[in-house]
Design a protein around this ligand. Structure first.
Ligand SMILES: C[S@@+](CC[C@H](N)C(=O)[O-])C[C@H]1O[C@@H](n2cnc3c(N)ncnc32)[C@H](O)[C@@H]1O
Length: 346
């Protein structure tokens, strides 16, 4: 696969294209812009491996080329071994995923997925969830609500720098009972990262009101402590899980929570405060210390309200790097607006 390694692709929110390019210019100056579509940017690379090169990439890989038909895709697919996982997905449209018409979203990718599997029975592995080391054929099309503009084909070898699902992670539709769209943000982060909180564990959420993310964690069987002076949804306050897990509200700013009111340790920290990330990180640093080494992971939303925050990302990443995690990954999820998530694990 020598010549195909020379081109790499990233999928991302269309509005993040310039930040993705600026970040890559800094971290990977060998990349030369090749071509783009809204939500997909490709480069010629002097060396391979672009893992973690951009906080705005949701998926990335090597390019194989453009295709106009099922036969073209299958010809390009000769570069990946038989049994490779097939990921057919749509680029992000220029609106948040939860505002898409859910009856239309994904239908173009689903039709192409069906056609490819029918044209080449047994060529691809069953299912779509990739496991470490597996080859993945990435087949990328325009969002179903937009004009068809052809097919882009690439591949990657699955590892922790990739979400395991088509496009890293698809949008997770918000159920009617969820108190806010942050339900989808945390669920997408869990699916993208493969870091799965378990029933019986404890989580602290900073900036928990009205309670979408806390609700998702309660539904997963965790005891959740939410820190937010704002009002929590009654469905969160009154929640009692099958295993007796509940929500505890600390209705004060994060700086005012008394140590004695928190569990002695906890496994998960979620931060979704609508504060500048430089300030939010102060609270994250405090609560990481309060977990006394018990943390398994953290999901930290970084609000990108302006270019200044973008410019500060390298300094923020240095601070996040000192929180004691064994691995830190960044991505921008389908439900994110002007924000990205830092995902930390022990
Ligand atoms: C995006 S909302 C959080 C949404 C929430 N995660 C959910 O799942 O519904 C941001 C929240 O941060 C809270 N906030 C702002 N400053 C805070 C602080 N210093 N301490 C705790 N919460 C704060 C706001 O009150 C607001 O409810």
């Amino acid at each position: 696969m020598s010549f195909v390694d020379a081109f790499v692709w990233f999928t991302h929110q269309p509005a993040s294209a310039s930040w993705l390019k600026r970040e890559l210019a800094d971290k990977r100056p060998d990349l030369r812009f090749a071509f783009s579509r809204p939500g997909l940017t490709t480069f010629k690379a002097a060396r391979t491996g672009v893992d973690g090169a951009s906080s705005f990439a949701r998926a990335h890989g090597h390019s194989l080329g453009r295709a106009a038909s099922v036969d073209d895709v299958l010809a390009l697919a000769a570069a990946v071994p038989a049994g490779a996982v097939l990921h057919v997905f749509e680029r992000d449209p220029d609106r948040p995923a939860d505002e898409r018409d859910q009856a239309i979203a994904g239908t173009r990718a689903a039709a192409l997925d069906t056609a490819l599997r029918a044209a080449a029975p047994g060529r691809f592995g069953e299912g779509v969830e990739a496991r470490a080391g597996e080859h993945v054929l990435d087949v990328i099309v325009a969002p179903a609500e937009h004009e068809d503009d052809g097919i882009f084909v690439g591949w990657h070898r699955h590892d922790a720098s990739h979400g395991p699902f088509p496009g890293g992670v698809p949008h997770v539709a918000i159920p009617p009972g969820a108190p806010s769209r942050a339900w989808a943000k945390i669920e997408e982060a869990i699916r993208w990262s493969g870091l799965v909180p378990r029933a019986g564990e404890r989580a602290i959420e900073l900036g928990s009101a009205p309670g979408g993310a806390s609700f998702a964690l309660l539904e997963r069987g965790l005891d959740v402590h939410g820190v937010d002076p704002g009002a929590m949804d009654p469905r969160v306050l009154g929640y009692v899980g099958a295993g007796g897990n509940r929500f505890t509200h600390h209705a004060v700013p994060a700086a005012k929570v008394a140590r004695k009111d928190l569990p002695r340790t906890f496994e998960w920290l979620v931060s979704d405060v609508n504060l500048a990330p430089m300030v939010a990180l102060k609270y994250v640093e405090r609560f990481v210390a309060l977990a006394h080494g018990g943390l398994r992971g953290a999901f930290i939303t970084l609000k990108l309200n302006d270019d200044g925050v973008f410019e500060a990302l390298p300094r923020l990443a240095l601070r996040i790097g000192k929180l004691g995690a064994t691995r830190v990954r960044y991505t921008q999820l389908p439900s994110h607006r002007s924000e990205i998530v830092a995902i930390l694990e022990r």
